[in-house]
Write a protein that binds this ligand. Sequence first.
Ligand code: GAL
Length: 330
Amino acid sequence: MRKKHLFCLLLLLSAVSYQASAQSGNKLKSFSPGALWHDDHGELINAHGGGIILVNKVYYWFGEKRGAQRSEGVNVYSSRDLYNWKAEGLALAQSDDPASDITKGCLMERPKVIYNKKTKKYVMWFHLELNGKGYAAARAGVAISDKITGPYQFISSFRPNGNMSRDMNLFVDDDGSAYHIYSSDENMDLRIVKLADDYLTANQQDTLLFRRQREAPALFKKDSKYYLITSGCTGWAPNQASLHVANSIFGPYVLKGDPMTGENAAKTFGGQSTFVLPLAGKKDAFIFIADQWNPKDLKDSRYVFLPVDIQEEKVSIGWLDNWKLDRFNK
Ligand code: GAL
């Protein structure tokens, strides 16, 4: 058999064996960063620039639904073990109404969902770019739902306190105050603004964290310190991550260098930060989540989940081909 034919045959056999294992209900028992990751229907998980929230012992992963290029709304998946994900469908759809801010053709990026205990609503914020305007609108979009999986109802879009708002994240502090962290002023600035009590708008406590041209912010808290991982600004291409640490959420943030370690660390292992998930019920266990973007086919961009190691404020994140949550027991 010619080499090329043998290769095709092997490819076919591995595809068939994957299908068989998906259909026989074989459960994943570990993370394989950067590998193809399928949902309960055997479809590739389509939730980019995402974030995860825990509700009644179930994790919900919200992320950008992408076509090859198009933004197609916000998808949500659920899981009890973080390895196996059930497709829950579209949490926020784009609108057919041409007058809507989220009319089809808009860009919805980096969606994050938090729960407001006072209003009992799930609140989603995302980076919104208006249809046909490229990245010029630079707005935050807000949507709400009574049910975690949605459907979410779009509320409004705006620039917080008039500031441009592109790459973003949300963070809820221990006292229930919530914050929107966002790249502003053509991505030169990284800012943080406190949300109103209902989480639907930004209030006026709005601070410049640093002017270093950073994006893809992922904030987490350990022992009353705030750790902020960001990327550089090179579009879909990977670049070097950096970590800032602060004693107060509004700063000052002190630059601590690149937390990634080992081979390909200087390119964040081909990825770009999107979220850091504190693991429920385990002290000091955090998972760093990044996107390995595929600009030719965005829906086929891969996910990187890696454990965060913190020793006396020193954060390091190293590549692992495969790992399990029991790693945090050691
Ligand atoms: C990246 C950003 C992504 C997306 C992309 C578009 O820098 O982090 O969310 O906006 O640019 O090129």
